[in-house]
Design a protein around this ligand. Structure first.
Ligand SMILES: C[S@@+](CC[C@H](N)C(=O)[O-])C[C@H]1O[C@@H](n2cnc3c(N)ncnc32)[C@H](O)[C@@H]1O
Length: 216
């Protein structure tokens, strides 16, 4: 179940933060405008005011439908590609409770799909790594100042998958946006050729997909 019917939490939050969540019908209609991208497992989406995840969860649902169809036979293939789908979803949200709710909604939904499919064969370690990815990609911060609450810059990690291996590179949101202005297109979120990407602030060694959570 990916629907979240309630569109507001309180009048104060609407007034102070413009917090009105988008209804499922509108979410789907808007996603249909970029239908092909929502059905491409590795296409990256960034929602700069993601609330509790109404858009991100629907994109996850669509991507997992594709993974289900394309990787019926091998659990390993399903796990890798489902993880690629998760790793492609990014959000920024100002309010910490919305961030926590967004992460847990996406994770619970993912877990439910994974467990329904593989039942006793599901891996606890795999799920821990999926949760780690979600916690890294859904950032609590201000999408206008591009800073987190502690004043540090918002950082996004790029997750590059090659077989079982994953390479992480970190970029500041500010550099990604500067770079995207120059190119009139988003960068990390638009699969630009390597030479046009901004310089990462940190690059990590490759690890197995079940060891992502061991990144510092
Ligand atoms: C209109 S709601 C939309 C939420 C979600 N995108 C949806 O459609 O359901 C706007 C969200 O942006 C958040 N927000 C407000 N100012 C923000 C800012 N400067 N940076 C990041 N998020 C912000 C609010 O807390 C709220 O959750």
């Amino acid at each position: 179940m990916t629907t979240n019917e309630k569109q507001t939490k309180s009048k104060d939050r609407v007034r102070e933060h413009g917090e009105v969540f988008t209804a499922e019908r509108e979410v789907n209609a808007m996603l249909d405008l970029v239908k092909c991208e929502t059905e491409r497992i590795d296409s990256r989406f960034l929602e700069p005011a993601c609330g509790n995840g109404n858009f991100l969860i629907k994109i996850l649902e669509r991507k997992l439908d594709v993974v289900d169809k394309a990787y019926k036979r091998s659990q390993w293939d399903w796990e890798i590609h489902a993880m690629v789908a998760v790793s492609s979803l990014y959000g920024v949200e100002l309010l910490p409770d919305n961030v926590a709710e967004c992460v847990s909604r996406l994770f619970d939904y993912f877990k439910q799909r994974y467990k329904a499919r593989y039942k006793a064969k599901t891996s606890h370690i795999y799920l821990e790594n999926v949760l780690y990815l979600l916690k890294k990609n859904i950032v609590c911060g201000d999408a206008l100042t591009l800073l987190q609450a502690d004043g540090k810059p918002i950082i996004f990690s790029e997750w590059g998958f090659s077989g079982s291996k994953v390479i992480r590179r970190d970029f500041t949101m500010s550099n990604l946006l500067k770079s995207s202005e120059k190119q009139a297109k988003p960068t990390l979120f638009d699969l630009q050729p390597e030479e046009k990407l901004p310089v990462p602030v940190r690059q990590y060694p490759a690890v197995n997909y079940l060891e992502i959570k061991n990144y510092a």
